[in-house]
Design a protein around this ligand. Structure first.
Ligand code: HEM
Ligand code: HEM
Length: 191
């Protein structure tokens, strides 16, 4: 496999964007969780004799989270461009690849996983933009809520892919495919 410059740059920028998106989700669900933080805020404020209701402390906790979550949206737009660029590469790329039928069973499975991953990335990009613009699109809250549930469900496949992929390429590098990772950095040959 000989990767073109464009393809390698795409791979690393895309990896950065997807890892960033996963990072924002991680923070939202852990250190910046409004559930945990609203309790902390309520208890600490009580120590200063300031009494706030559960509803008010929820507003405070969400305000603390919001600056971080903006990055989910910024990286989300970057993902839209990344997916679009990958589609462009599909038609225009000069990377030299083996044909699918010449691959062994293991590599066929790996490639099928990539295609499933591309489909899920496409879905995340479309559903994410939908969630951001549901008001402008004039759709109901119920329908938006359903989309959000699916967006959140499919997120599980994204992190599964990332863990399996990084584990997989490191294993391959250490065993039968020495140079695989440096190939994704330097390319096999200048294209
Ligand atoms: C940070 C560590 C990472 C390393 C060392 C790495 C390395 C590699 C390597 C060596 C390949 C080529 C494998 C092959 O020929 O089958 C590859 C392909 C790929 N990587 Fe990564 N990767 C990393 C992170 C990511 C992340 C976070 C994503 C998620 C967005 C990602 C998405 C992909 C995709 C979709 C392909 C398939 C490209 C194609 O053939 O169409 N990679 N990666
Ligand atoms: C790899 C891609 C993505 C992943 C893994 C991901 C993951 C998630 C997860 C897990 C949630 C639910 C968070 C929670 O309620 O705890 C979420 C919500 C959301 N995501 Fe994404 N997302 C991705 C891409 C995008 C994109 C491309 C956009 C749009 C630009 C976007 C916009 C949103 C919005 C607007 C919400 C709802 C936030 C709210 O209800 O406050 N996401 N995302």
């Amino acid at each position: 496999m000989k990767y073109s410059v464009g393809f390698r740059v795409w791979h690393w920028l895309n990896a950065f964007v997807v890892l960033g998106l996963l990072g924002t989700v991680f923070l939202r669900k852990t250190f910046l969780s409004w559930r945990t933080n609203s309790e902390i805020l309520m208890n600490k404020l009580a120590e200063f004799d300031i009494v706030v209701t559960a509803e008010q402390s929820k507003v405070l906790a969400k305000a603390v989270r919001s600056g971080m979550w903006e990055w989910h949206i910024i990286l989300g737009y970057a993902l839209v461009f990344s997916v679009a660029f990958r589609i462009y590469l599909y038609f225009k790329d000069t990377s030299v690849r083996e044909s699918f039928s010449s691959l062994d069973l293991h590599k066929k499975a790996v490639h099928i996983l990539y295609y499933i991953f591309y489909a899920t990335l496409f879905f995340m990009a479309v559903s994410g933009v939908f969630l951001e613009f549901y008001k402008e699109l004039g759709v109901s809250k119920d329908f938006t809520h359903d989309i959000k549930e699916i967006h959140e469900l499919v997120f599980n496949f994204i992190w599964f892919f990332v863990v399996a992929h990084i584990g997989g390429v490191v294993m391959a590098e250490l065993t039968k495919e020495k140079g695989l990772i440096s190939n994704m950095i330097s390319g096999d040959k200048k294209i």
